[in-house]
Design a binder for this molecule. Structure first.
Ligand SMILES: [Zn+2]
Length: 168
């Protein structure tokens, strides 16, 4: 995700941390996996899980309806990442009233997306894999698959999070 500047990254990391703190009070006591539903509840966001007419859609977001949509055909860790991505738009992009998140954008965690998509992906990763927590578990395991199981995210998402934190 090289297209994001250092300042952008710091600001996204701190936004994600603020959201976590507003929901969990004390981050030191938070155990992975992060309960994304608790976050949705806190911010009165509705979740709709179902199928889209088009196959290539992972999720969507409508600000006016306070609603996030996620594709029920996707594996659970991917659904959670999609929800966290839409939360990224909700918290970071006030100018974005709705979006459709394509599966192809979900797999491009390496910076080939538009800036807002990269920002939302970075936000999602910081929300689901908070820096302090992932550092701790990386020290303990040095194992992407184990961390993936502990945090309930895909190994690909873990790989890019570790890489972005320059641990890989
Ligand atoms: Zn998006």
């Amino acid at each position: 995700m090289a297209i994001l500047s250092k300042d952008q990254i710091l600001s996204i990391e701190s936004s994600a941390q603020d959201v976590l703190l507003s929901v969990f009070d004390n981050l030191d006591s938070v155990q992975p996996p992060i309960d994304i539903f608790k976050i949705l509840k806190k911010y009165n966001l509705k979740l709709q899980v179902g199928r889209f007419k088009e196959e290539n859609i992972a999720g969507a977001y409508k600000r006016l309806d306070n609603t996030i949509f996620v594709n029920s055909d996707d594996p659970y860790p991917r659904q959670v990442f999609t929800i966290a991505h839409e939360l990224g738009h909700h918290f970071l992009h006030n100018d974005k009233n709705e979006e459709v998140f394509l599966r192809t954008a979900l797999t491009k965690l390496d910076g080939q997306n538009s800036p807002q998509e990269s920002e939302a992906n970075w936000f999602a990763a910081s929300l689901l894999m908070p820096k302090k927590l992932i550092l701790k578990y990386w020290e303990l395991t040095h194992d992407v698959e184990k961390i993936s199981a502990i945090f309930g995210v895909s190994p690909t998402a873990v790989y890019f999070r570790l890489k972005n934190l320059q641990l890989l």
